[in-house]
Design a protein around this ligand. Structure first.
Ligand SMILES: [Zn+2]
Length: 388
């Protein structure tokens, strides 16, 4: 932490003193944690932002989880950046009512915003708990991840594991899913927006990189959506690699899905083209998009004769184990991925919505004989989503 209390009760920020002053203070002043009142140690190595640390046996409720100099530096830079904009911002203010100490707290006219700069991995339960605390206090949390968590895989793709999944923001229903990253060394703040998950642990999105000194606080709320055309173009490639990727050793969920395919005399290479389409609410699913979409097609839609009907409720019931039961802490809406998928099938004129949440099948689902015809069929189907 960057601040501590002296024995006289003054709050001090070490980073605003020179090396000489700090070594003087270190010898002549005792410092205490403003939250737990335990004595804390001065850390002022040559390559770090001078800060305080709890002793190793501390049981402080807001004890820093070994975040280290990278985190301290980033936090201080974000603080200075907000201060420079004349915002009413507090550093490491302890909130006794919720027993939390956000890295930064901004007091706006009608609301408060907590900024957490998170570089170390913490258990999802902690993230959820802290967000609940902020919610109780009416504080809006913004979590900015350390750039060390920015796992870029391709120009517009990043890796998203269970930890990072919990930091996806959606401030309002029409706001795109957004992740923030900040690097204190390059001063770059990256927004990754409008996430679509082609596979469970990876998201495609729109990347905006800005230098911190060239942006203001409200720039955090600018939005960038993927053009629908680009999304479907990218997805067309994903579909192709889904069909053509060589079989490998399988385990877990993928193995279970393959057993299910086998039991249904189906094969990945000859599945209907309507399986594996992009839905923005994939983040709510616990299985791969092709997994739940194929079950929906083969177990519900395929057995229905053309002209026959089925309900959304039946689909949800069949897939209930595939849908995340708890919602993610920073996401405001709960779009239904199954309903979104059915909307795409409506667009393709495979079904229509004959009554609210009730669907009529319009034409049979086509299976392929071999991979070549499947690849051709996929390309034609994806082109139906693109402008002529
Ligand atoms: Zn403490």
């Amino acid at each position: 932490m960057l601040q501590a209390k002296t024995e006289y009760g003054n709050i001090m920020t070490l980073a605003s003193y020179t090396r000489e002053e700090i070594s003087f203070l270190q010898k002549h002043t005792q410092f205490f944690c403003p939250a737990c009142q335990e004595p804390v140690i001065v850390k002022a190595g040559s390559k770090m932002i001078p800060h305080f640390a709890h002793k190793s046996k501390s049981s402080c409720p807001v004890r820093e989880g070994g975040e280290g100099p990278y985190h301290e530096k980033g936090k201080l830079l974000l603080y200075q950046w907000l201060k420079y904009q004349r915002l009413d911002v507090e550093l490491e203010v302890y909130l006794p009512s919720i027993n939390q100490r956000p890295d930064l707290l901004i007091n706006l006219k009608h609301k408060k915003v907590a900024i957490e700069y998170q570089c170390a991995r913490i258990p999802p339960a902690d993230i959820i708990k802290r967000n609940e605390g902020y919610q109780r206090e009416g504080i809006i949390p913004i979590w900015i991840l350390g750039a060390n968590q920015f796992d870029r895989r391709k120009s517009n793709e990043i890796g998203i594991d269970q930890f990072r999944l919990h930091f996806i923001h959606q401030f309002s229903v029409n706001f795109p899913l957004t992740l923030y990253f900040f690097c204190p060394d390059t001063l770059r703040l990256t927004s990754f927006q409008d996430l679509h998950f082609p596979v469970m642990q990876r998201a495609m999105g729109e990347i905006t990189i800005r230098k911190l000194d060239e942006m203001v606080f409200t720039d955090l709320f600018t939005v960038s959506f993927a053009a629908r055309e680009n999304l479907f173009k990218r997805w067309k490639q994903k579909k192709r690699s889904f069909r053509t990727r060589p079989s490998r050793r399988m385990f877990g969920q993928e193995l279970a899905w393959n057993h299910w395919l086998y039991a249904n005399s189906a094969h990945r290479e000859t599945l209907p083209s309507i399986i594996y389409l992009p839905v923005s609410a994939q983040f709510r699913m616990l299985t791969q998009p092709w997994d739940w979409q194929s079950r929906l097609c083969l177990e519900i839609i395929h057995p229905v004769a053309a002209g026959g009907t089925f309900s959304l409720q039946r689909c949800m019931h069949m897939l209930h184990r595939h849908i995340r039961s708890a919602s993610l802490p920073l996401i405001q809406s709960e779009p239904n991925p199954v309903y979104q998928y059915l909307q795409l099938l409506i667009e393709l004129k495979v079904i229509n919505e004959s009554a609210p949440d009730h669907f009529t099948k319009l034409k049979p689902i086509i299976f392929y004989d071999h991979i070549e015809s499947a690849l051709k069929g996929d390309a034609l189907l994806m082109d139906q989503f693109l402008p002529p």
